[in-house]
Design a protein around this ligand. Structure first.
Ligand SMILES: Nc1ncnc2c1ncn2[C@@H]1O[C@H](COP(=O)(O)OP(=O)(O)OP(=O)(O)O)[C@@H](O)[C@H]1O
Ligand SMILES: [Mg+2]
Length: 191
C-alpha cells in the first residue's frame, strides 16, 4: 500500500510538469464526517477537456518517455479502496485541482506518510516553486507557505541540508508565524 504522501508527490510532479509556479496542498481530517480530503491545486497549463475526461485511464498520458500514465489511476484506486473518490477540475491555461477523498477510519486507507519529506524533496528540486501547505484536523491547523517565508527571509535555498531540516520541523510541527532569518551561510549564500 502506497502512502498518501507518495501520491501527493506524484500530483506535485504533474503540477511541475504542467509548468505550475504556485501549488497549494490542503489536507483535512474530518472525524465527524469520517473523511480525509487531500486537495492539490496548481496554476499550470491545465488540461484539454478530452485529456481531463480520460485521465483515470492508464493509457492517457502526455509524457513522451513512456506510453502509460499511472499517477492518477493509482490514486483513484487507492481512494476507491478506502471508500472515497478522486475529482479532477482543470481549465486550459488556468490550472488544475485534484481532490482525493478517503474514509478516514477505513481499514484499507493508506497512512498519510511523510508529507514533510515529500514537500522538501519537491522544493529541493524546484526551489522557485511557491508551495502553500495546510493541514487541518480537529479544528487545529498547521501551515507552511513558502511565499510568506520568503517575504520575510528573502529567497531560501530549500535544497540546502540545514534549511531542509529546519523546514521539515516547520512542516511537521507547524509555524505560528514565519521564522526569524536562518543565520549563517545558509542565508548568506542565498539564491
Ligand atoms: N496538474 C496537471 N496539470 C496538467 N495536466 C495534468 C496534470 N495532472 C495530470 N495531467 C495530465 O494527465 C496525464 C496523466 O497524468 P498521470 O499522473 O496519471 O500520468 P503521467 O504523469 O502522464 O505519468 P506518471 O504519473 O506515471 O509519471 C498527464 O500526462 C498530463 O497530460
Ligand atoms: Mg503523473
Amino acid at each position: 500500500m502506497k502512502e498518501i504522501a507518495l501520491h501527493v508527490l506524484d500530483l506535485l510532479q504533474n503540477s511541475v510538469e504542467a509548468g505550475a509556479s504556485r501549488v497549494s496542498i490542503d489536507i483535512t481530517e474530518d472525524a465527524a464526517m469520517d473523511r480525509l480530503v487531500v486537495e492539490v491545486r496548481d496554476d499550470g497549463r491545465g488540461m484539454q477537456p478530452c485529456v481531463r475526461d480520460r485521465v483515470f485511464d492508464p493509457f492517457v498520458t502526455t509524457r513522451r518517455t513512456r506510453r502509460v500514465g499511472l499517477g492518477l489511476p493509482l490514486l483513484a484506486a487507492a481512494a476507491r479502496q478506502a471508500g472515497g473518490e478522486v475529482k479532477v477540475e482543470s481549465s486550459p491555461g488556468r490550472g488544475t485541482t485534484v481532490t482525493a477523498s478517503f474514509g478516514l477510519t477505513h481499514l484499507d486507507r493508506a497512512p498519510l506518510g511523510d508529507m514533510a519529506a515529500t514537500l522538501i524533496a519537491v522544493l529541493a528540486a524546484n526551489p522557485q516553486l511557491k508551495l502553500n501547505y495546510r493541514y487541518r484536523r480537529d479544528g487545529g491547523e498547521t501551515s507552511f507557505d513558502t511565499e510568506a517565508i520568503e517575504r520575510r527571509m528573502g529567497s531560501v535555498p530549500w535544497g540546502e541540508p540545514r534549511v531542509a531540516l529546519w523546514a521539515r520541523d516547520a512542516i511537521r510541527f507547524g509555524l505560528a508565524e514565519p521564522p526569524e532569518p536562518i543565520p549563517g551561510p545558509a542565508r548568506d549564500k542565498g539564491r
